[in-house]
Design a protein around this ligand. Sequence first.
Ligand code: PSU
Ligand code: MN
Length: 309
Amino acid sequence: MKSQEQLPLRYSERVAKALQDRRAVLALESTVLTHGLPSPKNFQVLELLEHTARENGAEPATIIVLDGTLHIGMDEPDKALLRSKMEHETSLRKLGRRDLPLAITQRQSGGTTVSATMLLAHTAGIKVFATGGIGGVHRDWAINPDISNDLITLAEIPVIVVSAGCKAILDISATLEYLETLGVPVLGWQTDAFPAFYSMISGHRIDSVENAGQIAGIYKSMHSLDPLPRGILVANPVPADAEIPASEIDTHISAATQAAKKQKISGKQLTPFLLSYLAGSTLGRSVETNLALLKNNVIIGAKIARELT
Ligand code: PSU
Ligand code: MN
């Protein structure tokens, strides 16, 4: 747990207390709030996820950057500040790992992506982080090598990330190959099928783990074995009753990808563009599915965090 003398870090009261008492803490990201979900749904989701983490025995640490301050957990005034920024500013930034030093220096505000959240969680001494889906290798990577820094950060920062796999807006096969190259363990939560975010199955096989104890064991073994311990990607499929089958979502994804090409959307704008396109074209169903899988990941993340404390 680094202190404020070195960095503009601010711990929420509850997170500071939980870390001091060595209770389970679960990191949550904020790009999903600023760029992943429509407002005001995003604030309801924040409350739901934080409530779910507490209900499952872990203190939630929602990580975000406000006016250059790195927040590990949000107090009520921080949430109010975020709300007013979202109302008054056209957009908050999407801050990946490389953007953090600039954000500190220029006192920017923004949601942290998986890569930035992993780094800040690690800085705060938090070992487990729950999100929706990770970034990965985009389709058309051979023409334009758009590969999310999330993957490289998984190889460099030893934080366990619970996700519902990654969206089929990415090249899932290439994403899994790249994670193998980087030496990042990818573990299926009670399944050997890598999930595709909205859908339970992507058609790719991974190693299956049965419970949080096994994940904690793998994390500890890696630390004893590897001079450079890395992150672990836990893939937890969307609950069956909330799934949008691949056959159905694929049509929407193709349309979204084509629209992005037509409008020349690329770089960090691409993922938010595709997400909001899908929200519209599925008439909000993709948002409901997103919510269900986020909650499901928080439950498993809290279990793993408890196991590691
Ligand atoms: N994928 C999703 N939802 C998201 C993101 C990805 O299904 O909200 C966000 C995450 O914060 C992720 C980031 O870390 O987008 C990846 O962006 P990029 O591809 O620009 O690295
Ligand atoms: Mn990208």
